[in-house]
Design a protein around this ligand. Structure first.
Ligand SMILES: [Zn+2]
Length: 151
């Protein structure tokens, strides 16, 4: 995976450091991250991501990634919705959902929803997308485009 930003251990002008995590005892962290992420946090994120994917149903895919700590989200079967927990010290307190292109794999989107549960967050973003796409203007192709299609 390519990263558009420099990792903590990178310096401008040098080759970017690897984002492949390396295990050293309790630490499981990529040189590009450099935040000292832990193996325990990685395992927790993996468990939570799998549970969240199971909860949302068939075809939801768990994704665990590192960026100054282990994070997670799950991607919808259509690959357009990503749902992630918003957490504080006691654990998830709400969920966020992003709706974007399939190529984003749930990591980006123009539309954002939030809910107390992962289902509520996903439904919130779907509701926003539906509301944003009703009553769109009808646009006729330009004459030249129509002529080009015929000929
Ligand atoms: Zn790390």
């Amino acid at each position: 995976m390519t990263r558009p930003f420099l990792g903590q251990g990178d310096s401008p002008g040098s080759a970017p450091l690897s984002w492949v995590p390396v295990r050293h005892g309790k630490i499981y962290c990529a040189p590009g991250c450099g935040a000292g992420c832990t193996w325990a946090a990685y395992q927790r994120a993996e468990r939570e991501a799998r549970a969240l994917a199971r909860r949302l149903g068939k075809g939801w895919r768990p994704v665990v990634f590192e960026n100054k700590g282990w994070s997670l989200h799950v991607v919808s079967p259509c690959k357009r919705i990503g749902v992630s927990p918003n957490r504080n010290v006691t654990g998830p307190h709400s969920y966020s959902a992003l709706f974007g292109d399939r190529d984003d794999h749930g990591t980006a989107g123009l539309w954002f929803g939030r809910g107390a549960t992962p289902e509520a967050a996903a439904l919130a973003v779907i509701k926003i997308v539906k509301a944003a796409t009703v009553n769109l203007p009808r646009i006729k192709p330009h004459r030249a485009a129509r002529a080009g299609r015929k000929g």
